[in-house]
Write a protein that binds this ligand. Structure first.
Ligand code: SF4
Ligand code: MG
Length: 326
């Protein structure tokens, strides 16, 4: 099929007390092509991080399939996964907790190369130096420890470790959200440059739509465990169809004053519903400013909005875009 990643009907439910479960991810599907960046956007609790963790098999999905380069990796054992881990890496939000404090930066970046027996000795050292250079860190950083570095430097180390094997797919889970605003743009630009230069595919997970405006080729918006809208970046930003996407966009700070004026500001009432008991019908109906009666009972499917090239799960959008056959 030529896709780097294919995710089909992915489900992750966690059992909680009283026979109930958290429906963290509830049946989502998407592809990522070679060299493509998919932005996965949603509020905290939408299940987006759970998707990322399922992809790298840090957690096991409840149902569905995950294929990497055409190979179903959903049920591989730890041992079978070992070679697969060359091709898929995750970058976490908090680089400090994900870097071993007892290792030097050089040891941290060398570790994936050692584990996969891809380099040793002088060759290993030169690969590490080259990777540090690529993420904008001087060679001397190799001798330092994570606690000696700033947050931005630590995230550069996290990137160096994730990219040193030149993986086919990088899952970046809120990689700039924990950083000071002052260094966020620099790290984001670095990720953009590295992606263009190395050509890896990327699932970029964020709660902040504006972060992926210049990075993502396509955007999928998640709400309470499901994808509610999915389409090309320009379409999502230019003509969002789903009321939730419209609300997220209207809340995001937009540097362009013209577009800010054109956007209708939508303020979302109430909190994100619990994924233990998602609302019936459309899960967004408890907050949707344009909900109709049908929305409370009838669950909208994610379907092609026809006129726009987007997939949208909303009764109002499908009602107006599907030609009336009666
Ligand atoms: Fe709003 Fe109804 Fe559309 Fe859901 S289906 S987003 S509640 S209009
Ligand atoms: Mg998260």
């Amino acid at each position: 099929t030529g896709q780097v990643l294919e995710v089909r009907d992915l489900v992750k439910h966690y059992r909680v007390g009283g026979g109930r479960s958290v429906r963290a991810v509830d049946g989502i599907s998407f592809d990522i092509a070679p060299g493509e960046v998919l932005g996965l956007v949603g509020e905290s609790g939408s299940g987006k991080s759970t998707v990322g963790r399922c992809l790298v098999r840090l957690i096991d999905p409840t149902a569905g399939t995950i294929s990497l380069n055409g190979r179903d990796i959903t049920h591989l054992s730890r041992r079978q996964l070992r070679p697969v881990r060359r091709d898929i890496h995750i970058v976490f939000q908090d680089p400090f907790s994900s870097l071993n404090p007892r290792f030097t930066v050089g040891q941290i970046v060398a570790e994936p190369l050692r584990r996969h027996r891809l380099a040793a000795g002088a060759q290993l050292a030169s690969k590490v130096t080259r990777m540090l250079d690529r993420v904008g860190l001087p060679a001397t950083t190799a001798h330092r420890y994570p606690h000696e570095l700033s947050g931005g430097q630590r995230q550069r180390v996290g990137l160096a470790r994730a990219l040193v094997l030149e993986p086919a797919l990088v899952v970046a889970d809120e990689p700039v959200s924990a950083l000071d605003v002052s260094v966020r743009a620099a790290v984001l630009n670095l990720i953009t440059d590295l992606q263009a230069e190395m050509g890896f595919s990327c699932l970029f997970i964020t709660h902040d739509l504006s972060v992926v405006e210049f990075l993502a080729d396509r955007i999928a918006v998640m709400y309470v465990g499901q994808i509610v809208e999915h389409g090309p970046r320009e379409q999502i930003f230019g003509q969002p169809q789903h009321p939730y996407t419209q609300a997220l966009l209207s809340a995001a700070p937009v540097p362009d004053p013209v577009r800010q004026r054109q956007r209708r500001r939508v303020v979302l009432g109430s909190d994100v519903p619990s994924p233990v008991a998602p609302p019936p019908g459309c899960r967004f109906h408890t907050r949707c400013p344009v909900a109709v009666d049908r929305c409370r009972e009838d669950e909208p499917k994610l379907v092609d909005a026809r006129t726009s090239g987007q997939l949208v799960a909303c009764h109002l959008v499908t009602a107006t875009s599907v030609p009336d056959v009666l």
